[in-house]
Design a protein around this ligand. Structure first.
Ligand SMILES: [Zn+2]
Length: 178
């Protein structure tokens, strides 16, 4: 992502190129543009622009409203007891005498809804996509990994051989015979 200042500079440059601006005007325009961009970014960071739900409201421990709000970027909140975790496990739901299926039905989740933090779900689907890569690419990556491992193994071996192990043994033997 571009830095805010870079973006602001570009905007002001564009403005300056069409009209005659004094150095002072350019400076003021830059400050103004920068602070506006900063405000937008701060709003974005707080999640204000995400799905129209202010993040501040969701992050309170008590979830009120839609069950789907219990699934957040970095955590999922158990709607039965309010515990926050990365993943709502079968074991945890068992404590409420629920299976994941029953839990989803009870709270109106789609059966496809993963009961884990969004970031975790994203990471998983990324891994799944990687598995779905064209065969050739996967093979290439595997080969590269293999080569790396081989190089690592040989260098470790070399270290072992060159290491003090052998010479220490020799010295010990020399001592015992002497
Ligand atoms: Zn619970």
């Amino acid at each position: 992502m571009k830095k805010l200042l870079d973006i602001a500079a570009e905007i002001v440059q564009a403005q300056a190129s069409v009209g005659l601006m004094s150095a002072e005007q350019i400076e003021q325009s830059l400050i103004k543009t920068f602070s506006t961009l900063q405000r937008i970014q701060q709003a974005e960071d707080r999640g204000m622009l995400l799905e129209g739900v202010p993040a501040g409201e969701i992050s309170s421990s008590q979830i009120v409203g839609e069950p789907i709000q219990s699934i957040q970027d970095d955590k999922i909140v158990c709607l039965e007891c309010g515990t926050q975790m990365r993943q709502l496990t079968t074991k945890h739901l068992g404590a409420h005498n629920l299976t994941p299926r029953e839990y989803k039905r009870k709270w109106g989740f789609s059966m496809k809804q993963p009961l884990s933090a969004r970031s975790l779900t994203k990471a998983r689907s990324k891994a799944a996509k990687k598995r779905g890569l064209p065969e050739k690419l996967v093979k290439f990556l595997e080969e590269r990994k293999q080569k790396k491992l081989e190089t690592l193994a040989t260098s470790e071996l070399a270290v072992e051989k060159a290491g003090s192990g052998a010479s220490v043994k020799k010295t010990v033997r020399a001592h015992t015979t002497a």
